[in-house]
Design a protein around this ligand. Structure first.
Ligand code: SME
Length: 156
């Protein structure tokens, strides 16, 4: 039953994301300012889901610096390669972490965070920013979320 419920949950998640994507596109397409668009995107993700934290870090020199987000206060700076965010930056690949306690070097900004996804925003072969989303439920963030967040990053 648990598995069937999970399949249902993912179908509805997929549907919700399908509906949200054009709305996000409409919201940001007329605005050229990246920070303004990040702020609105963080607000959409946070209001449309029950996730704990949604936001951005911007690449500045050798560090990631906290950008627009929704949720509780977070670490302002993350070094290259550190935490899930730093690994996504270094590897230039989406990191899906079903259980943050099982991820070596995970940075716990909030003790309530149990699963996490980080998507890198890449331009001209370089990571410009990362999108980070945290859930308070273990195994909640998965490939369905990753696809949606990757599409959002693409739009930005
Ligand atoms: N958990 C992240 C740090 C950022 S906070 O979750 C907002 C990491 O390990 O990189």
């Amino acid at each position: 039953l648990a598995e069937e419920l999970n399949i249902l949950k993912n179908i509805s998640k997929e549907q919700k994301y399908q509906e949200l994507l054009p709305q996000i596109e409409a919201l940001i397409s007329d605005e050229p300012d990246l920070i303004a668009n990040m702020a609105n995107v963080a607000a959409v993700i946070k209001t449309a889901t029950n996730y704990l934290w949604a936001g951005f870090y911007l690449v500045k020199g050798e560090e990631l610096v906290l950008g627009p987000f929704q949720g509780s206060i977070a670490c302002a700076r993350i070094k290259k390669g550190n935490g899930v965010c730093g690994v996504a930056w270094l590897s230039q690949e989406t990191q899906i972490v079903p259980d943050v306690d099982a991820f070596p070097g995970h940075i716990a900004c909030s003790g309530d965070s149990k699963s996490e996804i980080v998507v890198p925003g890449i331009k001209n072969g370089k990571v410009q920013f990362i999108l980070d989303v945290d859930s308070s439920t273990i195994n909640e963030l998965d490939a369905t979320d990753a696809r949606f967040f990757e599409q959002i990053v693409e739009l930005l």
